[in-house]
Design a binder for this molecule. Structure first.
Ligand code: ATP
Ligand code: PRP
Ligand code: MG
Length: 282
């Protein structure tokens, strides 16, 4: 049985479970349930704190897990990123009161508060900066107001929390993060099942990002139309009963679908339809 760690709380928990559900896996209905066997799919889910997931997977006790890239790097665990999941996007940045420091070079002798002390200590050391790191569990923005630190390093999504605390970011992001699948770097187990799991998750990403587009067009405009809708492999083209016309079917990115429909219409295409893709294997 493939043993998979899933975030039980926080920003990643709900979208991770939603994605697993879309991939056809059973998910818990009660948030107090910590272990769930999905015997039909031969997998077992362990609902754990996102911060702990890389540790469990790195120890080899669990085969794979869903966590944030920032949490993986902070953990220092023997686990590696094997897939990006397209949700939970954030940056990880330094911030301070305006005028405190222009860049990381000015951090020497100052104190940096963060919940990601492994990541921050390494980043400071890699940049040759000798600053103190104070570990706090959360709400680190307040550490500056309360005089515990002059600088913080934290997750920034919209930037609202920083603005409300009167802080501004310093320098470039330390990293950009998103939800990822991690696997232990030790002796891998259940390799074919891991590959099957990744294919299912990839199928969800594609189904979310693409729609199926169908349209009819005069054969002489086919090449121009196909240039607009090249699909992932190549479009399907079928003859219509109405002579001189063909029907085309192709996958197009959801974000571009309306623009492509307008351009196809201008080319003379008619009966242009899009349908959502429920699931796929490429
Ligand atoms: N707005 C956000 N705030 C915090 N973490 C976020 C945000 N958006 C994405 N993330 C990602 O979620 C992960 C942190 O999850 P975690 O559950 O530890 O904290 P949380 O979402 O802040 O929840 P809580 O603090 O309520 O426990 C990180 O990988 C982080 O990059
Ligand atoms: O850029 P924003 O959209 O404002 O989001 C980022 C904020 O959200 C998280 O805090 P959270 O609410 O999880 O509280 P915590 O600090 O206690 O973890 C994170 O630690 C930042 O403070
Ligand atoms: Mg938090």
């Amino acid at each position: 049985m493939l043993r998979i760690a899933v975030p039980n709380k926080g920003s990643l928990a709900e979208p991770a479970s939603a994605m697993l559900h879309e991939a056809g896996y059973r998910q818990r209905t009660d948030r107090h349930e910590l272990v769930l066997a999905d015997t039909g799919n031969d997998v077992e889910f362990f609902f754990l704190r996102p911060r702990d997931i890389a540790v469990y997977v790195g120890s080899g006790r669990l085969d794979i897990g869903i966590t944030g890239r920032d949490l993986l790097l902070d953990s220092g665990a023997g686990a590696e990123e094997i897939m990006q999941l397209g949700f939970g996007a954030s940056t990880f940045r330094y911030a301070t009161r305006p005028g405190t420091a222009a860049g990381i070079a000015g951090f020497g002798g100052k104190t940096v508060a963060t919940s990601f002390s492994g990541l921050v200590a390494k980043h400071l050391a890699d940049n040759g900066v000798d600053a103190d790191v104070v570990h706090l569990d959360g709400a680190v923005e307040t550490a500056i107001q309360l005089g515990v630190a002059e600088i913080i390093a934290d997750v920034v999504e919209t930037g609202t929390t920083l603005r409300q605390a009167g802080l501004e970011t310093i320098g470039e992001p330390i990293l950009t993060s998103e939800a990822i699948v991690v696997r232990g770097t030790g002796s891998p187990r259940e390799e074919p099942k891991v590959r099957q799991f990744l294919r299912r998750m990839q199928g969800v990403l594609v189904a979310r990002r693409y729609v199926m587009m169908d349209y009819d067009i005069r054969a002489e405009h086919l090449e121009q139309a196909v240039a607009l809708t090249p699909g992932l492999e190549s479009p399907t083209v079928s003859p219509l009963h109405h002579e001189g016309w063909v029907a085309v079917r192709s996958m197009v990115p959801t974000a571009d679908a309306q623009r492509i429909m307008d351009e196809l219409y201008e080319l003379g295409a008619r009966a242009i339809l899009t349908t959502t893709i429920h699931a796929c294997r490429l």
